[in-house]
Design a protein around this ligand. Structure first.
Ligand code: PLP
Length: 225
């Protein structure tokens, strides 16, 4: 039975995670019933990558679900997410930060974000370059955003079977994360989330220090795009 399979996959992954590492179940393109199966297994954090899809799903599902937005986000799509998601993991530009700040201010709320760091080989992947983040930290960039809570970094490894390359990407993200966290973590009140690792590579990500993994197809099966 399908539901049993989703539930048991969730429980299995969770049983393999060390203390302090959390699972985001990536439910993009998955129907509400599958999400409810995961919910029955105690899963509360879910990841979605398209604004429209997320906004449609939210009212159909339990209110205590914590939604993480993980897809590339266009600035003109920010507004519907504010106050609805518990975290935007995929912040990849200053311009996007500016819009999240403005919309959060208007809604009189604070939005938790992760800064996406580009470590992969593929140029097509999104994210800040390491030097951009260094500049941002050095210039106290965080202070311009009173309605944003900077919680950590998100990264995606190169899309390759070469395990050493993937490990290297995660190790790089971990190094940058710890450097920023040591520099500003206290001041920010907890820059302590490192989101990395997907279905194919999360065990490596955990070995390299992930505190949050984002797993979709290994829970729900292949997606039908
Ligand atoms: C789709 C997606 C995932 C999950 O991918 P799977 O390989 O299905 O586990 C994780 N992170 C991001 C940013 C995604 O877009």
């Amino acid at each position: 039975m399908q539901s049993t399979r989703i539930e048991s996959r969730i429980l299995e992954i969770r049983s393999l995670l060390p203390e302090g590492v959390e699972l985001v179940a990536v439910s993009k393109f998955q129907p509400v019933d599958s999400i409810l199966d995961a919910y029955k297994a105690g899963q509360r954090k879910f990841g979605e990558s398209r604004v429209q899809e997320l906004v449609e799903k939210i009212p159909l599902l339990p209110a205590d679900i914590r939604w993480h937005f993980i897809g590339h986000l266009q600035t003109n799509k920010v507004r519907p997410l504010i106050g609805r998601v518990s975290m935007i993991e995929s912040v990849d530009s200053i311009r996007l930060l500016d819009v999240i700040e403005a919309e959060s201010g208007k809604a009189d709320t604070k939005t938790e974000v992760l800064l996406q760091l580009h470590v992969a080989l593929e140029e097509t992947k999104f994210g800040f370059a390491e030097e951009e983040l260094n500049d941002f930290v050095a210039s106290n960039g965080f202070e311009k955003y009173p309605h944003i809570e900077f919680r950590g970094l998100m990264a995606m490894a190169s899309n390759t079977d070469d395990e050493e390359r993937v490990r290297c990407d995660f190790a790089k993200a971990s190094e940058v994360f710890h450097r920023i966290s040591d520099a500003v973590g206290q001041r920010l009140g907890g820059f302590n989330v490192l989101s990395m690792g997907m279905s194919g590579d999360w065990p490596l990500a955990v070995e390299e220090g992930a505190t949050l993994i984002r797993v979709g197809s290994a829970i729900f099966g292949e997606r039908n795009y």
